[in-house]
Design a protein around this ligand. Structure first.
Ligand SMILES: [Zn+2]
Length: 210
């Protein structure tokens, strides 16, 4: 448990060091059995420590008197509906946030889009932060995906552990920046479903073997 809370603190501070968040932006959580461990509400990430991490059950009841992140519903909806997921990283990173304002998906302009589970990376419809509506919108675009943009807000990634969720957040930020510039090029070509299918199959085989 101590290590788990340390991992959350370490990952949250890493989102600052990597330039994915500023101040108290974003949030990070891990699921262990029926308990969600999540960064607290309104705390500067630079001052975060393990004793401040909030513990919440799968129904949203706070178990340790530490107020969870305002986006707790987003995390709970994902954990309730995606049993294979045990870690979530949410960021307001620069390029993902810029792209999210166009409220469009990222198409298969680069084969690494397949890292997110399919031919595109979708953008959740806008709703006020912290609301049930936003939680539902995010869950919807994560169907068969492990990351998404969130309209006029930022990005969210999910994985089986924190390291992988953070790696995906960095990757989504990079793809967002690349696509931002590609969208201005006259001749940007989008990979066909057939080509993406080949990549998705290779990624699946790669994961099974390694
Ligand atoms: Zn946010």
């Amino acid at each position: 448990m101590k290590n788990l809370k340390n991992d959350i603190v370490y990952t949250s501070k890493n989102t600052l060091d990597l330039g994915l968040n500023l101040g108290s932006e974003g949030n990070v959580s891990v699921r262990r059995k029926d308990t969600i461990f999540i960064t607290p509400s309104g705390i500067e990430t630079a001052t975060l420590k393990e004793t401040l991490i909030s513990e919440v059950d799968i129904n949203g009841n706070v178990k340790n008197n530490k107020k969870p992140s305002s986006e707790i519903l987003m995390h709970l909806y994902i954990y309730r509906n995606r049993p294979e997921i045990s870690a979530i990283v949410h960021c307001h990173s620069m390029w993902a946030s810029i792209l999210s304002c166009s409220r469009k998906k990222i198409p298969s302009f680069h084969y690494m889009v397949a890292e997110f589970g399919g031919n595109d990376i979708k953008c959740a419809e806008y709703a006020t932060f912290g609301t049930r509506k936003l939680a539902k919108n995010v869950l919807k675009v994560l169907k068969e995906r492990n990351g998404c943009l969130i309209s006029n807000h930022g990005q969210l990634t999910i994985a089986n552990n924190l390291n992988n969720a953070l790696d995906l957040a960095v990757s989504l930020e990079k793809l967002s920046k690349q696509y931002y510039f590609c969208s201005f090029l006259k001749n940007t070509k989008i990979l066909s479903s057939k080509e993406m299918h080949k990549v998705l199959k290779l990624f699946k085989d790669y994961k099974i073997k390694h």
